[in-house]
Design a protein around this ligand. Structure first.
Ligand SMILES: NC(=O)c1ccc[n+]([C@@H]2O[C@H](COP(=O)([O-])OP(=O)(O)OC[C@H]3O[C@@H](n4cnc5c(N)ncnc54)[C@H](OP(=O)(O)O)[C@@H]3O)[C@@H](O)[C@H]2O)c1
Length: 346
């Protein structure tokens, strides 16, 4: 198997560190690993395969000779540097929102729409963490019974906001317990011992950008603009793993025996459907699967399914999905440079 030169951009962040771990665990064939982060981290080290790797800053030569560049450094850095990497001949897998809705960037979840990869032109987008686990869980339902509408409420962990948010929950929880003033830097309202019905910013209609992402990305991944997605995204004081209460309306009446069998056979899904054995965030942490529980219908409507969906946002919601995409490219020997599609940013 041909070994690859792999760049991780944002290697010191919550997702980047997980990427290093996942590359190692899944034995991705790495010949050379390059770690990039902001000027704050240049010269520090991260660990890959038991070895220290010195963190570098991005520059014009950063991607020379790189086969695959896994980006998790935010949308602004992706807009600036992913085209540079693509033009240098690397295939970029970007975790930010920068390219997700770009018509030339496939938005891929390997268990759901791997066929979209074939159309890549050097930049592939990883969906939002909340979207990934939901579409993995909904794929078997959609294939069997069609999908018209999704109403979803999320219970998202703070690691979804990154390393500083993890520290904020830890610090403000201690301050709250000690009766001290809470020092907030990341969230607009308290997150310790509270529930925050705002993930990202509001649009003119009162939806948050996270809620809009869940709608737009779901439609792109399933290739169906007619699916109605109504999301309420909520941040909860949990360190890791997002939970989602999903209510789906199908096109045809649901046969629950067939649905359970499809869930059991589906790659990447663990069905935990015995009443009290529902999945929870802490047990999903560090795992790559999407856990489905509380599966049920309603006597009022044969086309409605409710379920509880839990997955580790840093793993399947980000790092694992990105590395799975790299594995697919590797298996198809699809690391050919196609970066000419991406113009220089003025
Ligand atoms: N957390 C999740 O569950 C999740 C899931 C899906 C997608 N994402 C996306 O993944 C990205 C990273 O998220 P995160 O949670 O890992 O955030 P994070 O913990 O804040 O990490 C951000 C990373 O970006 C680096 N960075 C910042 N400015 C940079 C610059 N100018 N040049 C190079 N590197 C720079 C940081 O380096 P320093 O350490 O030097 O500051 C750090 O390594 C975001 O786009 C996020 O939307 C996150």
């Amino acid at each position: 198997m041909q070994e690859r030169v792999v760049a991780v951009v944002g290697a010191t962040g919550a997702v980047g560190r997980e990427m290093l771990r996942v590359l190692e665990e899944r034995r991705f064939p790495v010949r050379e690993l390059r770690a990039f982060a902001s000027s704050r981290s240049v010269g520090s080290t991260v660990t890959f395969a038991g070895q220290p790797v010195t963190v570098r800053g991005l520059d014009a030569q950063a991607f020379d000779g790189v086969d695959v560049a896994l980006f998790s450094a935010g949308a602004e850095r992706a807009r600036d540097w992913a085209p540079v990497a693509a033009r240098a001949g690397a295939v970029v897998v970007d975790n930010s929102s920068a390219f997700r809705m770009h018509p030339d960037a496939p938005l891929v979840v390997p268990e759901v729409n791997p066929e979209m990869l074939a159309a890549h032109r050097g930049i592939i987008a990883n969906p939002n963490c909340s979207t990934i686990q939901m579409v993995v869980a909904l794929r078997p339902l959609r294939e069997l019974f069609g999908l018209r509408r999704i109403v979803v409420s999320t219970y998202q962990s703070v690691s979804g906001t990154g390393a500083r948010a993890i520290q904020e929950l830890d610090r403000t929880s201690r301050q709250f317990m000690a009766g001290e003033p809470e020092t907030r830097e990341v969230y607009p309202r308290p997150i310790a011992f509270d529930v925050l019905p705002q993930v990202a910013d509001f649009d003119a209609f009162g939806h948050t950008t996270e809620e809009n992402k869940m709608r737009d990305e779901t439609r792109k991944i399933f290739g169906d603009e007619r699916i109605i997605v109504h999301a309420t995204c909520v941040r909860v004081p949990v360190f890791r793993s997002h939970s989602e209460a999903v209510v789906a309306e199908t096109e045809r009446p649901v046969d629950f025996d067939a649905l359970r069998a499809a869930f059991r056979a589906a790659p990447g899904i663990v069905l935990r459907d015995v009443a009290s054995e529902y999945p929870m965030a802490r047990e999903a942490a560090g795992r790559d699967e999407v856990f489905v529980g509380r599966l049920r219908g309603t006597a009022d409507d044969p086309c409605v399914v409710s379920m509880w969906v839990v997955s580790d946002n840093l793993r399947k919601g980000a790092a694992t999905n990105a590395v799975q995409i790299a594995e697919l490219l590797q298996s198809r020997a699809a690391f050919a440079g196609k970066g000419d599609a991406w113009p220089h940013r003025s």
